[in-house]
Design a protein around this ligand. Sequence first.
Ligand SMILES: [Fe+2]
Length: 136
Amino acid sequence: MNWSQSLECGYERFDASNQCLLFVLQQIFDTDAECGDRVGCGPRADCGRVRSLLHFARRKFAFEERIMRRVGFPGLADHAEDHRHLLSRIESRSLSRNCEDGMFEVRQIADLWMPWHVVEFDRMFAQWAGGLFLEI
Ligand SMILES: [Fe+2]
């Protein structure tokens, strides 16, 4: 997935953080990237790349939720629930798969989630917040 206008929500801070998430996803899923874990690994419950992705995603979501909380956004609970949904889907991926298959599964989850989340949740916040953008 590449960054395009269809992934913009209209709120600069969220768009920047979504661009960062996409960059991290591209780096993590880069097929030319060497993965130390990959050498000789079979089924792995603790993949370093997935751990890095989850770490970044948790920080990004906490950042967004802090902003929404600060301005009293009434849709915060639903928005945060969709954040948790992505994290739990990645955390509960098929751990019995090998590294390649496991990364393919994580990529599919992220590729489906991101456009959905921007349209259904990030844009809703951007529209609700309107003129507050300059103050937060
Ligand atoms: Fe979000």
